[in-house]
Design a protein around this ligand. Structure first.
Ligand code: UD1
Length: 429
C-alpha cells in the first residue's frame, strides 16, 4: 500500500492548476444514465472514485470512451469522457461495487426514472457518521416510487413511471437533492423540491441537465422547479473547478507561508472559507488566473467557525482548517454540525504535537509553536489531506499511511505541491 512522505518546513511558491470537482464529476457521470445519447464531460479529474463509478456504470451498460479511446477495462487516464448509456442492461447496483463510495447510491434516481425499477445496495463511503439515506428514499416516494429494503438493498419500483410531486426535505442534503433532481427530470408533470441544497456542484449538475433538455427553474436557489420531459439528449459539459481542492491549497499555503496562484479557482464558490482565512491573517486576492494566496510574515490568528451547508463554511474543509489552526497563536474553536463523527483526524494531528480537545461536536484547538513529524494514518478523504497540510509545516519527516483515501479525491497532490517547493514523495510498496 502506498505511503506519502513529507519533510516539512518548506514554504510553497509557484502556481497550481485546480482540477475538476470530484463532487460534481461523480453526479455528472451518473446523469448519463438518463439518456441513450452520448454525454461528453470535459475536465474530469483522474481519481479513484471516478474510476470506481465508471465501473458501476459499465455494469448498467454504459459505454465509456476516454479522450476518444475505449476504456477496455484499463485505468481511466484522460480528462474528457464520452459516456453512452444506449441500453440499461442491468438495473442492479451490487454491494461489492457500491459499498466503497457513497455517491454511487445516486444511480437510484436515474435508474428508476428511466427504467421504472432499480435495486441498489445501501452505500458505503467515508466512515464519518451514520450517513442515512432516508431523505433520498422519501423524495423518490414523493415522486410515486414504492421502496422496499431487502438484504441491504433498496428495491424501488414505479410501474408506469415516476410522477411529479412536492418534495420538502426536512434536512439539507446534497445527495438527496441530486438524486431527486435527476429523477424528476423524467417524471410526468411538475416537481417542486423545497429546502434543496445549494452547493455549487448541484448547480453544475442542473446546468448539465438543462443542456440535456431538462426543464429546471431556480438553479442555485433553495426551491427547484422541474417540469418533467419525455426524454433527455446528449450534451457536452465541462466540470466546474474543485472548490474543496482550492480551499485545501489555500490552507496549505497559509500553513507553510509562501505565495501561490491557484489557476482556475472560482472564488464565488468558497466565499465563507476565504473570509475565515482572511480573518486568520492570510492574504487572498482574486487575480485573472484565479486566486492568489500568500502569507509572508506574522502569526496566524485563531478563529471560531462552525460548518454549515453552502454557502456556509464547508464540512469538507473542516479537517484542513483544523490542521492550520494547530499552529495559530491562541485558541480556536471549530464546531462540526453536518457529520457527527468527523473528528478522526484529531488523534492523528495530536501525534504531530497538536493540542486539540473535543467536546461533543466541538473541537478546541490551542495553537502550538511547532508540529513535529511522525508516522500517521489517513482515516478518511478530507482527514488525510489535513495530515498532508500538517506534515508540510511539521519539522522533520511525516509518513502518511493508507493514502488510498487521498487518491479517492485529490488529483496529483504530490506533484502539485512538489512543483511549489514541498518535499513530498509517494513511496510504493
Ligand atoms: C456530499 C458530499 C460530501 C460532503 C457532504 C456535505 C459528494 C460526493 N459528497 O455528501 O463530500 O461532505 O455532501 O456537504 O458530493 N442525511 C440524512 N439522511 C439522508 C441524507 C443525508 O440524515 O437521506 C444527513 C447526513 O447524515 C449528514 C447531512 O444529512 O448529516 C448532510 O449529508 P449530505 O449532504 O447528504 O451528504 P452527502 O450527499 O452524502
Amino acid at each position: 500500500m502506498d505511503k506519502i512522505e513529507i519533510t516539512g518546513g518548506k514554504p510553497l511558491n509557484g502556481s497550481i492548476e485546480i482540477s475538476g470537482a470530484k463532487n460534481a464529476a461523480l453526479p455528472l457521470i451518473i446523469t448519463s444514465l438518463l439518456t441513450p445519447d452520448t454525454l461528453t464531460l470535459k475536465n474530469v479529474p483522474n481519481l479513484r472514485d471516478v474510476n470506481q463509478l465508471t465501473k458501476i456504470l459499465g455494469n448498467h451498460g454504459t459505454d465509456l470512451a476516454v479522450d476518444g479511446k475505449r476504456a477496455s477495462g484499463n485505468k481511466y487516464i484522460g480528462e474528457t469522457m464520452h459516456l453512452t448509456s444506449r441500453d440499461i442492461v442491468d438495473t442492479t447496483a451490487p454491494y461489492e461495487m457500491v459499498s466503497t463510495m457513497r455517491a454511487s447510491f445516486w444511480v437510484l434516481g436515474p435508474l428508476i426514472a428511466r427504467c421504472h425499477q432499480a435495486k441498489v445496495s445501501l452505500p458505503g463511503g467515508c466512515a464519518i457518521g451514520t450517513r442515512p439515506v432516508d431523505l433520498h428514499l422519501q423524495g423518490l416516494e414523493d415522486l410515486g416510487a414504492t421502496i422496499d429494503l431487502e438484504d441491504g438493498y433498496v428495491i424501488a419500483k414505479a410501474p408506469g413511471g415516476l410522477k411529479g410531486g412536492r418534495v420538502r426535505f426536512q434536512k439539507v442534503s446534497v445527495g438527496a437533492t441530486i438524486n431527486v433532481l435527476m429523477a424528476a427530470t423524467l417524471a410526468k408533470g411538475e416537481t417542486i423540491i423545497e429546502n434543496a441544497a445549494v452547493e455549487p456542484e448541484i448547480g453544475d449538475v442542473a446546468n448539465c441537465l438543462v443542456k440535456m433538455g431538462a426543464k429546471i427553474e431556480g438553479i442555485g436557489r433553495k426551491t427547484l422547479q422541474i417540469q418533467g420531459v419525455d426524454h433527455l439528449e446528449g450534451a457536452v459539459h465541462t466540470v466546474l473547478p474543485d472548490r474543496i481542492e482550492t480551499g485545501t491549497f489555500l490552507m496549505a499555503v497559509a500553513a507553510t507561508g509562501g505565495d501561490v496562484i491557484l489557476k482556475g479557482a472560482v472564488p464565488d464558490t468558497l466565499t465563507a472559507a476565504i473570509e475565515v482565512l482572511k480573518e486568520a491573517g492570510v492574504e487572498i486576492e482574486e487575480v485573472s488566473a484565479g486566486l492568489r494566496v500568500s502569507r509572508k510574515n506574522g502569526a496566524l490568528k485563531p478563529i471560531h467557525v462552525e460548518t454549515q451547508p453552502h454557502p456556509g463554511f464547508p464540512t469538507d474543509l473542516q479537517a484542513q482548517l483544523m490542521a492550520l489552526m494547530t499552529i495559530a497563536e491562541g485558541r480556536s474553536v471549530i464546531r462540526e454540525t453536518i457529520f457527527e463523527n468527523r473528528f478522526m483526524h484529531v488523534q492523528e494531528l495530536a501525534r504531530l504535537g497538536a493540542n486539540i480537545s473535543l467536546n461533543g461536536d466541538t473541537a478546541i484547538i490551542e495553537g502550538v509553536k511547532e508540529l513535529r513529524g511522525a508516522p500517521v494514518m489517513a482515516t478518511d478523504l478530507r482527514a488525510s489531506v489535513s495530515l498532508v497540510i500538517a506534515g508540510l509545516v511539521a519539522s522533520g519527516k511525516t509518513q502518511i499511511n493508507r493514502v488510498y483515501h487521498l487518491d479517492r479525491g485529490f488529483e496529483k497532490i504530490e506533484e502539485k505541491l512538489g512543483n511549489c517547493g514541498a518535499e513530498i514523495n509517494r513511496v510504493s510498496e
